[in-house]
Design a protein around this ligand. Structure first.
Ligand SMILES: NC(=O)c1ccc[n+]([C@@H]2O[C@H](COP(=O)([O-])OP(=O)(O)OC[C@H]3O[C@@H](n4cnc5c(N)ncnc54)[C@H](OP(=O)(O)O)[C@@H]3O)[C@@H](O)[C@H]2O)c1
Length: 253
């Protein structure tokens, strides 16, 4: 049976990857910083390298979903460490989740994702990189934050094409079960909406009434988001449900 190490397997996306692997009859192993008793968890830290050898040893495939706000230590240096251990232990497939449109957007987190992609491509470990658009959970946290004051500030002209994390996880599981393909086809949600529309949908489902205050975001990052750099290109594939459907599911419990 295939053994797959999932970094970030306790996170928003990774939890679905772990359950998807189990449903596919694949043995998941989860890297986490937490000390726990779950049989399939291995304690380790990408920021220090602690526990990585034990986590990777015997794994056929790695699905790398871990991320942290201290992204230089975790997403860049941590990815480099993980790749070195994966190479040493003969991992046959390194699967990475990345973000749509990071080539054309100077947003610092996106530069980090691009650097991680470059490290993976240069590592010599056979790999698959899947780029996805923003997850519904991320958009929910953004619009919930914007909707806190009575006058809600909204970046002018920003759009998003949010996607179900379950759909992203299912695609990662399918890719992990196959041969390494390098860059996989980009995926995104079924609809492009302005951030203002997504905020209005959120307010409607929470029975909140908010006046919107459009804010111009200066600089190259603002320009990239206004130009839709974070949206799926013509070769991308749409998957899953809309943000409205996601919110309705949440409201239904
Ligand atoms: N959010 C989006 O809209 C979006 C869109 C496209 C792609 N992505 C990508 O999807 C991936 C997952 O995002 P997410 O939102 O699911 O993340 P998340 O919920 O914030 O989860 C982060 C995970 O990283 C692990 N982690 C953090 N620091 C670590 C460290 N030092 N060592 C080991 N593990 C560490 C955490 O595990 P423990 O706390 O258990 O240690 C946790 O499971 C990221 O690579 C992200 O760039 C996200």
């Amino acid at each position: 049976m295939l053994t797959v190490l999932v970094t970030g397997g306790t996170g928003t996306l990774g939890r679905h990857v772990v359950s998807g692997l189990r449903e596919a009859g694949i043995q998941p192993r989860v890297l986490t910083r937490r000390e726990g008793k779950a049989a399939d968890h291995v304690t380790g830290d990408l920021a220090t390298g602690a526990g990585l050898t034990a986590a990777v040893s015997g794994a056929d495939t790695v699905i790398h979903c871990a991320t942290h706000v201290r992204y230089r230590r975790v997403d860049i240096a941590g990815t480099e460490r993980l790749l070195a251990v994966a190479r040493e232990h003969g991992v046959g497939h390194f699967v990475y989740i990345s973000i749509v449109g990071i080539d054309d957007n100077p947003f610092s987190y996106y530069r980090t994702k691009l650097r991680a992609e470059e490290l993976i491509a240069a590592s010599g470990v056979p790999y698959t990189i899947l780029r996805a658009t923003q997850f519904h959970e991320l958009i929910l946290s953004v619009v919930a934050g914007l909707a806190k004051p009575p006058l809600a500030p909204v970046p002018k002209g920003f759009k998003s094409q949010p996607i179900d994390t379950e759909a992203v996880a299912a695609r990662l599981v399918t890719l992990a079960a196959g041969e390494p393909v390098g860059r996989a086809r980009d995926i995104g949600g079924p609809r492009v909406d302005t951030l203002a529309d997504l905020l209005q949908v959120y307010c409607a489902t929470r029975s909140k009434s908010r006046m919107l205050l459009p804010i111009g975001v200066p600089g190259k990052t603002g320009r990239a988001f206004r130009a839709g750099a974070n949206l799926l290109g013509p070769d991308g594939e749409t998957l899953g449900g809309t943000f409205d459907e996601f919110l309705a599911r949440r409201s239904a419990g």
